[in-house]
Design a protein around this ligand. Sequence first.
Ligand code: GLN
Length: 483
Amino acid sequence: MHNSSLQQLSAALRSKKISSVELTQLYLDRIAALNPQLNAYITLNPETSLAQAREADARIATGNAEALTGIPIAQKDIFCAQGWRTTCGSKMLHNFVSPYDAHVISQFNNAGAINLGKTNMDEFAMGSSNETSHYGAVKNPWDTARVPGGSSGGTAAAVAARLCAAATGTDTGGSIRQPAALCGISGLKPTYGVCSRYGMIAFASSLDQAGPMGRCAEDLALLLNTMAGFDERDSTSLQRDKEDYARDLAKPLNGLRIGLPKEFFAEGLSSDVAQAVEAAIAEYKKLGATVVDISLPNTRLSIPVYYVLAPAEASSNLSRFDGVRYGYRAPDYGDLADMYEQTRAQGFGEEVKRRIMIGTYVLSHGYYDAYYLQAQKIRRLIAQDFTEAFKQCDVIMGPTSPSTAFKLGEKGDDPVQMYLSDIYTIAVNLAGLPGMSIPCGFGDNNMPVGLQIIGNYFDEARMLNAAHQYQLATDWHSRAPQA
Ligand code: GLN
């Protein structure tokens, strides 16, 4: 049962083959057995989850079930959920119990889904390996000596190890796609503005976007149907008609034009990843797609631009954590200013402090024009690259990450090496485009490789179609790590 797709689970629930209480208990038992090794969850509330499951069973009995009613979903611990401790992977929020639901959480609640638990993540979503979490690193279920990727690493590990039916993530520079790739699952970052950011703890507001992570593209479409939608509480939420993201899944791929950016296959890409991605492209050709060589000339600037803009926004967003309103407060202090200083010195980890310092620097008088403004201009050029590229192709494909999962501790001392993990994902956030990662094989040491699919604005249905057709023809997405 724990290997089933969401459609299969939904059918089993409706036909009463299994109840939501039984299904929730099944996952809670798997979590109890496997989470001590993987550390994928920060907070569990079995009683709350089971109470939701009982309600879902009652709803199913009345014949009012929706696609996700009764299905246990894990939530990245960046989403505020009423009555749940919500830490964002930080010491700063170690004791914060949210008094309200994020929009995404209330959408799942309205659909009758079960909140199975809050998943581990890098502190305030800053990281690519989950090693910056205050709650300890997450282990990759394919090899527990390796990282699961980040920052949605707890979610990716939980989905890969079948410790939930599906889950949520957020992606500011790659945090859905990169961990999905490293753990061999599917994940999608929608067009900026498709999912409301209300109640999603802010890192870099102009880049942050919530999205689904699951076993296959079909599951992602069902999840996105629930997560997406206008919300007036987020001023960047887009007012668009509700769409069915599964509507094009069955379409054949004849005539699909796939753009291959030469910058994504250049120096820095591991040969094992390149091989798996090239094999996937060959499979797409068999499915009727054609391939076009394209260029995204400003790719190499995306990391420096991101590491000016994201820290700038983070330094402003994280100023609210001051020991006054919520979360950690230093136990001993002198006056008010000392209380702020002690609280922030003790409450934030190293990576978060690094970003706050960089952000404060690039926004300060005298440096603003040289760094922040300049970065904004290059951001526009990066977006322009994609606009040009999409004149020649329908989707862009390439690797999600330059290598498969690296060893725990391997890049911890070298932030720049860590930042380079996101070289193929960050430009997508800077442009506000949708991007996804699906499993496409295994590289050295039998670690999963992810294929990235980038779409034009609001082209999620077409990307999901391309991913689903590939998954009908291959079985990489159904491989699971040994328990
Ligand atoms: N790894 C990137 C960073 O550390 C992206 C993180 C994210 O997408 N949340 O900022």
